[in-house]
Design a protein around this ligand. Structure first.
Ligand code: ATP
Length: 230
């Protein structure tokens, strides 16, 4: 069996005095796609922030590729191979597509040419500023920028938020291609059906705690109704 790449165990975290995570457990194996689910405000983004060292966790353990992340500053966590596509995309607005891509580049399989081959719409826009792109193109750029870091784990927070059906389909098919290529992926999205179709396993958060995790095939309508309200 492939090894564990990311292990989050018993993690708690606070925004000042306000506790947001009360004990999150999740893991992602090498080459595995895991969906992180939960209703609004249940702690998905906060979990991702703690994994990416954008905020500290108070208790528990986060290890990545066998290293305890608590001991590393955030820039070193990125260097270890965590590639984040953040909620709201956050491309550099006044930089061009190409400048956005090369800003975070690390050598490896992914380079600007490969990203543009993955997202052909970006090809004609290489010298256009990011703030002139559509939402879908900005999400493609955000994914491309994360790939340019040549991550061992790609983390997508709200993979298709605010996008139309055609662009959504395209983003999911790109994620499926990345999965086929063996990339490990942790993904958050509102579409439970799309997540369950692509992920091997799902982890559900409720009030800052992992309340269910298991193979996507075991995610029954009763469970989605109970924990996700759909
Ligand atoms: P959503 O689907 O709405 O993005 P989420 O599952 O990602 O939700 P989080 O954004 O992680 O949830 O929020 C978890 C808890 O932490 C919520 O109670 C939220 O109000 C709180 N929280 C999030 N960001 C902050 C912040 N910057 N300051 C204070 N509290 C915050």
């Amino acid at each position: 069996m492939a090894g564990t790449l990311l292990e989050v165990a018993g993690v708690t975290a606070f925004y000042d005095a306000s506790q947001a995570l009360f004990g999150v457990d999740l893991s992602v194996g090498e080459g595995e796609v895991v969906a992180l689910m939960g209703r609004n405000g249940m702690g998905k983004t906060t979990t991702i922030r703690t994994i990416c060292r954008m905020m500290p966790h108070r208790e528990g353990r986060i290890s990545f590729a066998g290293r305890d992340l608590a001991r590393l500053p955030s820039h070193q966590a990125a260097w270890l191979g965590l590639g984040l596509v953040p909620e709201g995309r956050r491309c550099f607005p006044t930089l061009t597509v190409h400048e956005n891509l090369i800003a975070a580049a690390r050598s490896g399989h992914w380079n600007a040419d490969r990203v543009v081959a993955l997202f052909p719409q970006l090809a004609d826009r290489r010298h256009q500023k990011a703030n002139t792109l559509s939402g879908g193109e900005q999400q493609m750029l955000a994914i491309g920028r994360a790939l340019m870091t040549n991550p061992r784990l790609l983390i997508l927070d709200e993979a298709t938020e605010g996008l139309g059906p055609l662009v959504r389909r395209e983003i999911w098919s790109v994620i499926a291609r990345l999965k086929e290529e063996g990339l490990s992926i942790l993904v958050v999205d509102k579409s439970i059906a799309a997540l369950a179709a692509i992920a091997e396993r799902c982890v559900i958060l409720e009030k800052g705690t992992t309340c269910w995790s298991g193979p996507s095939a075991d995610l029954t309508p009763a469970l989605t109704q109970r924990y996700l309200g759909v």
